[in-house]
Design a protein around this ligand. Structure first.
Ligand code: NAD
Length: 338
C-alpha cells in the first residue's frame, strides 16, 4: 500500500515536494492545492488532481476554465498525510483543519517549532519523528547547518561552532521583495535565530550564528568555523564529507568560483536546477590550529525536498537508512556528474 500524500500550498517548496513524492515507489500524490487560478495552477492541474486551498475561490477557477476536484477538506479525506507548504505562519492556521480531520501533517521551517511535536532533519534526528503526528522540517539554512555539523560530529570530537549566514534576499520568482542594492545584517543585534533552530534537531551542539541578507536570489552561503577537540587532518575532514551523499564537494580548480557557477552546473543535469545537497567548496576546508573552516552554498529552493520525503517515511515508521537510500536514489542525490 502506498502512502497517500496531499500537498497543501503549491509554491516554491510545494511543487518540488509534489514532484519528489511522485517519484517514490511507496508514495503517491493524491492532490495539490492552489489559491489562485494562475499559470502555476494550470501547470499543477496537468500533473496532479487540483483542489482549492480556499473554497471561496471556486468561481474564479471555474471562470478561468481550470478544473478542480473540490476543496482542501475533500482532498484531506483522500490522504494519509498532508505536507503543508503554505507561506510562513499560514501552516499554524491550516493545522486547525488537520486537527479537526485527524490527519498527520508535515510543516515547513517558516513555522515556529511549537507547530509540531518534533523538528526534523533526516541525518540528525530521523528516529525522533517515527510514529509522530505533526513534524516540522527545519528551514533551508538550518537543514544545511544540521547536515554538515552532524557529519563532523559523527566523525570527530567538535566544540563550539560559529557560522555566518549570507542569505539570498528572495527566491528568483519573487518580484515583490527582490529589488534592493543593500546588505542588511539580519538581525542587527546578535545572534541570529539559526543557532537556536539547529538546536531543535541537534540539541547538544554549542553553536552561535550571525546572518546577513544580500541582493542575490540564487543561493545562500555559510561560512563556518568549528573548534576541533582532537587532532584532525584536512584529508580526514574531506573524506568524512565525501562519505555523505547529501554533501557535494566542488572545487575552484574545476571552475566553481561562485554560486553563479554552481547554479550553471546544476542547470545541466537537474530539473529546475535543483541542488538537494550542501555544496561545499573543497578549497575552503582548512585548519588553523584547532579551528576548522568550511564554506558551503545552499540552494534554498531545493535542499529541504529530500527531508520532506524522509519525514513522510519516518512518520510511518520506515527505517532511517532505507528511507534515505530510497530518497537519494530517486532524486539522484550523490551522483557525481562531472
Ligand atoms: P511560496 O510563497 O512560494 O508558496 C506558498 C504557496 O502556498 C503559494 O502557492 C500560495 O499561493 C499558497 N498559499 C497561500 N495561502 C495558503 C493557504 N492558506 N493554504 C495553502 N496554501 C496557501 O512559499 P515557499 O517559499 O514555498 O515557502 C513555503 C514554506 O517553506 C514556508 O514555511 C517557508 O519558510 C518554507 N521554506 C521556504 C524556502 C524557500 O527558500 N523558498 C526554503 C525552505 C523552507
Amino acid at each position: 500500500m502506498k502512502i497517500r500524500v496531499a500537498i497543501n500550498g503549491y509554491g516554491t517548496i510545494g511543487k518540488r515536494v509534489a514532484d519528489a513524492v511522485a517519484l517514490q515507489d511507496d508514495m503517491e500524490v493524491v492532490g495539490v492545492t492552489k489559491t489562485k487560478p494562475d499559470f502555476e495552477a494550470r501547470i499543477a492541474a496537468k500533473k496532479f488532481d487540483l483542489y482549492l486551498a480556499k473554497g471561496e475561490n471556486a468561481e474564479l477557477f471555474a471562470k478561468a476554465g481550470i478544473e478542480t476536484c473540490g476543496n482542501l477538506e475533500d482532498l484531506l479525506t483522500k490522504a494519509d498525510l498532508v505536507v503543508d507548504c503554505s507561506p510562513d505562519k499560514f501552516g499554524v492556521e491550516n493545522k486547525k483543519v488537520y486537527e479537526k480531520l485527524g490527519i498527520k501533517a508535515i510543516f515547513q521551517g517558516g513555522e515556529k517549532k511549537e507547530v509540531a511535536e518534533v523538528s526534523f532533519n533526516a541525518l540528525a534526528n530521523y528516529d525522533q519523528a517515527k510514529g509522530r503526528r505533526f513534524v516540522r522540517v527545519v528551514s533551508c539554512n538550518t537543514t544545511a547547518l544540521a547536515r554538515l555539523i552532524y557529519v563532523l560530529k559523527m566523525n570527530f570530537k567538535i566544540g563550539r561552532v560559529r557560522a555566518t549566514i549570507l542569505r539570498r534576499i528572495a527566491d528568483p520568482k519573487e518580484d515583490k521583495k527582490g529589488l534592493t542594492n543593500a546588505i542588511m545584517p539580519d538581525p542587527i543585534s546578535l545572534p541570529s535565530h539559526h543557532a537556536k533552530d539547529v538546536k531543535t534537531v541537534l540539541p547538544d551542539v554549542d553553536i552561535v550564528t550571525t546572518a546577513f541578507k544580500l541582493p542575490t536570489t540564487l543561493m545562500h552561503v555559510h561560512s563556518l568555523s568549528i573548534e576541533m577537540k582532537e587532532k584532525v587532518d584536512r584529508e580526514d575532514v574531506i573524506s568524512a564529507l565525501e562519505g555523505e551523499p547529501r554533501i557535494m564537494l566542488v572545487s575552484e580548480a574545476d571552475g566553481f568560483t561562485s554560486t553563479a557557477k554552481i547554479i550553471e552546473f546544476a542547470r545541466e543535469f537537474r530539473t529546475r536546477y535543483d541542488l538537494f545537497e550542501n555544496i561545499v567548496w573543497l578549497e575552503s576546508i582548512a585548519l588553523d590550529g584547532n579551528d576548522l573552516f568550511v564554506t558551503q552554498a545552499v540552494h534554498q529552493e531545493a535542499i529541504v525536498v529530500p527531508e520532506n520525503v524522509d519525514a513522510i517515511r519516518a512518520i510511518f515508521g520506515v527505517e532511517k537508512k532505507l528511507s534515505i537510500e530510497k530518497t537519494n536514489k530517486s532524486l539522484r542525490i550523490g551522483e557525481k556528474n562531472f
